[in-house]
Design a protein around this ligand. Structure first.
Ligand SMILES: Nc1ncnc2c1ncn2[C@@H]1O[C@H](COP(=O)(O)OP(=O)(O)OP(=O)(O)O)[C@@H](O)[C@H]1O
Ligand SMILES: [Mg+2]
Length: 503
């Protein structure tokens, strides 16, 4: 097979990265950005003074890409190539290329603000504009200028606005690498469909299974419930097909973030001979990953996305239209190991006129408190109101976030982070809220007189006549509560633990 497009310009990549503190690399989906650029930099000796960290927006991508690159370098995962995701790390002192989620790199900033074990940091899939990646943009933009030991930053994507990124990173060079792996034939609906998108997607998957040549099918839906429904419908339709349709066998595989890792890994197992796989996935399969065998992509044009209503202060998950960037990423899941086809279940006019060009950055559709808390924990003395955001949130929203964090006890009146704030920053944001709740509950329980306790139970915390062993039991229960510690058994590593022993 011909070399991947990125490999063909490897000398140019090395010379540009070496000569600049920040380089933006744009190349088509499947051209080798994620798997090849870190190897090219390693082979050029750029990992001598430190390792190469490559961020991924999702865990499944970090793990699958690390496995692929380890295979290419003929080593086991955890040796020269490793990964670090929340709850799981496979890396060692031998590791030179580390794939990690952007959240893990953010947490590393908390323990080592100089990120001194890395010589190169690749912020991959930068178009996703997750909250963590956006904060990392600002933190690393400053770090590449100030760190004594040289640090090189490479920002990569198939679909980003090169000029915008270049002007944000002080006019850094943008390498645009032409060429793609295999062609992908696109088709749109001729007119808008009347059926719901779930039904359309199921029908299209069945149609492709019956009438298209060999090759796996990847269908994009928005969430777990929909995916389970689609899997059940496709399975039962195939089982009930009349004999004369000569329906070949198929394995239907769901893929979404909440699935246990071993079930997620099923999508990377090859299908038995003569059997087609139909993978029904959320946008976890949209970027970065290569599912070997996928030839057909069915794109419903919708995604479940976080939105924030500043009037109610509520965050919601809403089914909304994808952006053009997401549509391009989805089609890019076909044509990676052979030519592919992408069937868009919307019209060309929808694509041209209705879809926004880019996904709104998460920082502009989130409550900002998590972002502000993270910024406050960094030992960089970040002034959140004047932080160097690529797309700055409104000043009023930032002030609201500061006020809320102060009311929760995460910040002092002067805006400095409190011990409780530090604890909250170590937890996933959805669990952070439990920290002040548990503390308040514990304090109330301690302070209340016995007669106020329900069901005539003695107050286990009061300093009166109650049995001290009972009080101790309650304290242990509170302090070891799974919610409080991030919902994991006590023997597992802490979610925020830095990649100890790596690189
Ligand atoms: N697990 C895999 N199995 C088979 N081939 C793979 C695998 N991973 C990568 N490849 C091959 O390597 C190529 C480059 O993959 P890579 O993930 O580096 O592309 P990319 O440029 O990062 O794409 P994207 O923009 O979609 O993230 C793929 O197109 C595919 O041909
Ligand atoms: Mg990639």
């Amino acid at each position: 097979m011909a070399a991947l497009p990125v490999r063909e310009v490897q000398d140019l990549i090395v010379s540009t990265v070496k000569a600049n503190r920040v380089t933006v690399v744009m190349a088509e989906t499947g051209s080798g950005k994620t798997t090849q650029i870190p190897q090219i930099l390693l082979e050029a000796g750029m990992a001598e003074s430190g390792g190469i960290a490559v961020t991924q927006p999702r865990r499944v991508a970090a793990v699958s890409v690390a496995r692929r690159v380890a295979e290419e370098r003929r080593c086991s995962v955890g040796q020269e190539v490793g990964f670090a995701i929340r709850f799981e790390q496979r890396c060692s002192s031998e590791t030179r290329i580390l794939y990690l989620t952007d959240g893990m790199l953010m947490r590393e900033c908390l323990v080592d603000d100089q990120l001194s074990k890395y010589a190169v940091i690749v912020l991959d899939e930068a178009h996703e504009r997750t909250l963590n990646t956006d904060i990392l943009f600002g933190v690393l933009k400053s770090l590449v200028q100030t760190r004594e030991q040289p640090l090189h930053l490479v920002v990569t994507s198939a679909t980003l606005d090169g000029d915008k990124f270049s002007s944000y990173f002080r006019g850094c060079p943008v390498l645009t690498i032409p060429g793609r792996c295999f062609p992908v034939q696109l088709s749109h609906l001729l007119e808008a469909a009347e059926q719901p998108y779930l039904q359309l997607a199921v029908d299209k998957a069945l149609d492709l299974h019956l009438y298209e040549e060999a090759g796996d099918i990847l269908v994009f839906l928005t969430g777990q419930a929909e995916i389970e429904q689609a899997v059940a419908e496709i399975t039962s339709e195939i089982a009930n097909m009349p004999e004369h349709d000569a329906c070949p066998p198929a394995i239907i595989i769901p893929l979404y973030a909440a699935l246990p890792p071993e079930q997620q890994a099923r999508v990377f197992e090859p299908a038995p001979d003569g059997c087609r796989r139909i993978i029904v996935a959320t946008n976890v399969a949209e970027t970065s990953i290569t599912v070997d065998g996928v030839v057909y992509v069915v794109d419903t044009g919708v995604v479940k996305q976080k939105a924030y209503d500043p009037h109610t202060g509520m965050e919601t998950l809403t089914v909304t239209s994808i952006s053009k960037v997401q549509a391009i990423q989805r089609s890019g899941r076909a044509g990676r190991t052979r030519p592919g086809k992408c069937f868009r279940l919307y019209t060309r006019a929808d694509y041209d006129q209705r879809m926004p060009a880019e996904t709104v950055p998460e920082i502009l559709r989130t409550s900002l408190q998590a972002a502000v808390l993270h910024l406050k924990t960094l030992p960089l003395q970040v002034d959140v109101l004047h932080f160097d955001y690529m797309d700055a949130p409104k000043r009023g929203a930032l002030e609201d976030a500061l006020r809320h964090l102060y009311l929760l006890g995460a910040l002092t009146r002067e805006g400095a982070i409190t011990p409780l704030g530090r604890l909250m920053a170590q937890l996933p944001w959805s669990l952070c809220w439990h920290a002040p709740c548990w503390l308040l509950l514990s304090w109330t329980a301690w302070a209340l007189p016995s007669q106020w306790w329900p069901c005539s139970q003695p107050n286990p915390f009061s300093r009166g006549t109650e049995d001290p062993s009972r009080r101790k039991a309650w304290v242990i229960m509170f302090s070891s509560s799974a919610s409080f510690r991030g919902g994991r058994p006590p023997t597992m590593p802490h979610p925020g633990a830095p990649t100890r022993g790596c690189l």
